[in-house]
Design a protein around this ligand. Structure first.
Ligand code: ADP
Ligand code: MG
Length: 288
């Protein structure tokens, strides 16, 4: 299960993982109220969809397919700019490298305080099944497509592994040092990684990806993007807040229907889908 950036940041905030102040809005009027209430002179107007690459995406009109706006994330420095961007974003279709050509309609925007960025980093936690451990990856090449970094300059990605219950702190400091962090930023990085790893174990996460995590001009760390997904196999024991964060409008209707019937179903391009039990059979079916 995926959640929106603003929801992931709410979970981060609750755990003391540093994020900017922000307000989730669903109308232009609310976006303007958010601008007034945040009281900063710069905000980011951020389209919320369950896919990355929003900044470099393009918004199209869902009715006639006309191009409406380049970019799904914008910096606004006045009420007029907040109004302009939110008007252009709401109800339109955002196509990014991760949505496929059909894109996703944007019904939610996050108005977030502007951040003074000194450097953008990449940080992610995922499961390494072979090592039976959590893998924490970090890179100084944040803000861009990490697959591209992995392909062209793999030495720019640092990795550490944690087994369940292992002390996080000392390895996190080494990882932070390998990114060139010092002083306050290094301390904040260490405490953030510790809290993110705790969150990963405690909430049955599948992936936590922060691209970019930034160092600010005053040497603080801020998670400026947040992509969090949860393991559906643990869904039965997820009762509290997180189970309520599911946004079914972001999911594929036929997949929702299948999951309600207890079936494993993956929608593919066109009018084909894969309905099978067992990962091996699923892969063999895909190959065929
Ligand atoms: P995506 O990865 O979907 O494009 P991000 O949240 O990473 O979306 O935003 C894209 C870029 O916009 C970031 O790399 C960062 O440079 C900039 N950005 C995002 N949020 C803010 C913010 N609150 N203040 C300043 N710049 C921001
Ligand atoms: Mg990003």
């Amino acid at each position: 299960m995926k959640i929106h950036e603003f929801q992931a940041k709410m979970l981060f905030h609750e755990r003391g993982i540093p994020v900017q102040k922000g307000v989730h809005v669903t109308t232009v009027k609310q976006a303007l109220d958010a601008w007034n209430n945040l009281g900063t002179n710069v905000v980011a107007v951020k389209s919320q969809i369950h896919a990355g690459g929003r900044g470099k995406g393009t918004l199209y009109s869902p009715s006639n397919g006309d191009l409406v706006l380049e970019g799904g994330v914008h910096i606004a420095k006045s009420a007029e700019e907040v109004e302009y961007y939110s008007q252009k974003i709401f109800g339109n279709k955002l196509v990014t490298i991760q949505t496929g050509p059909e894109g996703k309609i944007v019904n939610n925007i996050y108005i977030e305080s502007g951040c003074n960025i000194a450097h953008e980093y990449y940080l992610a936690v995922l499961i390494d099944r072979e090592e039976q451990a959590l893998l924490v990856m970090a890179s100084t090449e944040g803000g861009m497509d990490i697959e591209e970094v992995a392909e062209k300059t793999p030495d720019k990605i640092d990795k550490i592994w944690y087994k369940f219950g292992e002390d996080v702190s000392s390895k996190a400091i080494k990882l932070g040092e390998s990114l060139g962090l010092e002083g306050n930023a290094l301390n904040e990085f260490e405490s953030s990684v510790t809290k993110i790893v705790d969150m990963f174990w405690e909430e049955d996460c599948e992936m936590i990806e922060i691209n970019p995590m930034v160092r600010t001009n005053d040497n603080s760390i801020v998670m400026l993007d947040a992509k969090v997904s949860f393991d559906n196999n643990a869904g039965f024991r997820r009762k509290g807040l997180i189970s309520e964060l599911r946004d079914k409008s972001e999911e594929i209707p036929t997949e929702i229907k299948a999951s309600e019937a207890g079936l494993s179903y993956v929608k593919l391009d066109g009018d084909i889908g894969c309905l099978v039990n067992g990962a091996g059979l699923a892969m063999a079916t895909m190959d065929v």
